[in-house]
Design a protein around this ligand. Structure first.
Ligand SMILES: Nc1ncnc2c1ncn2[C@@H]1O[C@H](COP(=O)(O)OP(=O)(O)OP(=O)(O)O)[C@@H](O)[C@H]1O
Length: 321
């Protein structure tokens, strides 16, 4: 697979009056290849949106580098290029983040069509885009407020596809939708990404949904990726207690139904992050080394930042994950 997005040691720091220095993303590395869907999951406040904004070039990282197709992604660099030349597009939770309420859908889709497409072919491209997202051609004459939430998200996806991107970053694209629209929009997005052989970074707090669609799952906790693995592996054999807690929080139906277990406590404020392992205060297995140093463990092909996976550190009394 060809590498597309390469996020390397990225930090995002905010300075806020009440909270001081907030390290929302504390050194994250993540790759997405063409034809690959990477799911990024974690509870609210883990830093997913901050990372997405840096990845797409909306804000600069405080440290680290993001490369897209080998080129550094910088907000300035992006600004110098027309939107239609940018191969990395974003789909937001709120479709109004990419759709202007005052302009017709057709005009907005036309804006995204590359300048190399000229004359009548531009209008044809708009019709094609609407067709791709399952909307009628007549939608071009209408305004965003004339559509339902699910339809608006389809139109936002059409706008993202207009420049023929090689990759989509979707940040909680279905969280604001009702259950039936959620399934339709996810199926649409995944179908398009697969058909067009794009890469996608799909950000969600919903591990069950990510399990359905992602090739690779990366789990984020308090500014760090704590586990990353091929999705089936991660689901079958989680190696970090936070991943396990997220999986246990998913209700199971079928032959062995199970009630969801709630993960106690909340994500701490990144302005006051715990020392050592950031999950320690909520972890049922925390032991001596967890307070000293952040674990960074590569398990060969997958990674899980937990001292329990280090045979030289883990106490014999603690069950391995
Ligand atoms: N502009 C900002 N100034 C100060 N702190 C911020 C700012 N934006 C985000 N944060 C803080 O950074 C942390 C991560 O926020 P972020 O929105 O990236 O997380 P998230 O995982 O996407 O959560 P959610 O799904 O709720 O958006 C939070 O503690 C948040 O309060």
């Amino acid at each position: 697979m060809t590498g597309l997005l390469d996020i390397s040691d990225v930090e995002v720091e905010y300075r806020s009056r009440g909270r001081g220095r907030v390290l929302a993303v504390a050194g994250v590395s993540l790759d997405v290849a063409a034809g690959q869907i990477v799911g990024l999951v974690g509870e609210s406040g883990c830093g997913k949106s901050s990372l997405a904004r840096v990845a797409v070039g909306l804000t600069p990282p405080s440290a680290g580098v993001v490369r897209f197709a080998g080129q550094p992604v910088t907000p300035l660099g992006w600004r110098r290029r027309p939107d239609t030349e940018i191969g990395l597009q974003m789909v937001f939770q709120n479709p109004y983040a990419s759709l202007n309420p005052r302009r017709t859908i057709g005009a907005q889709l036309l804006d995204g069509v590359p300048a190399t497409v000229t004359g009548a072919a531009r209008r044809d491209r708009v019709r094609e885009l609407l067709d791709r997202v399952g909307m009628p051609t007549t939608a071009a004459e209408r305004y965003p407020h004339q559509f339902s939430g699910g339809q608006r998200q389809r139109l936002a996806i059409a706008r993202a596809l207009a420049p023929q991107p090689r990759m989509i970053i979707a940040d909680e694209p279905v969280t604001a939708l009702d259950a039936s629209s959620q399934a339709q929009v996810v199926n649409l997005l995944v179908g398009l990404v697969r058909d067009l052989d794009m890469g996608m970074l799909f950000i969600s707090h919903d591990l069950a949904l990510v399990h359905e669609i992602a090739d690779i799952t990366a789990v984020m906790y308090l500014g760090r990726v704590v586990e990353s693995a091929p999705t089936r592996e991660l689901w079958r054999n989680p190696r970090h207690p936070y991943t396990r807690a997220l999986i246990d929080a998913v209700p199971r139906i079928g032959p062995t139904p199970r009630l969801p277990a709630t993960l106690a406590g909340e994500v701490p404020d990144p302005a006051n992050a715990p020392t050592g392992c950031r999950f320690r205060p909520r972890c049922p297995h925390a032991f001596a080394p967890c307070g000293d140093q952040p674990p960074t463990l590569d398990l060969g092909g997958r990674s899980a930042a937990c001292w329990l996976n280090d045979p030289t550190a883990a106490p014999a009394t603690v069950p391995a994950n």
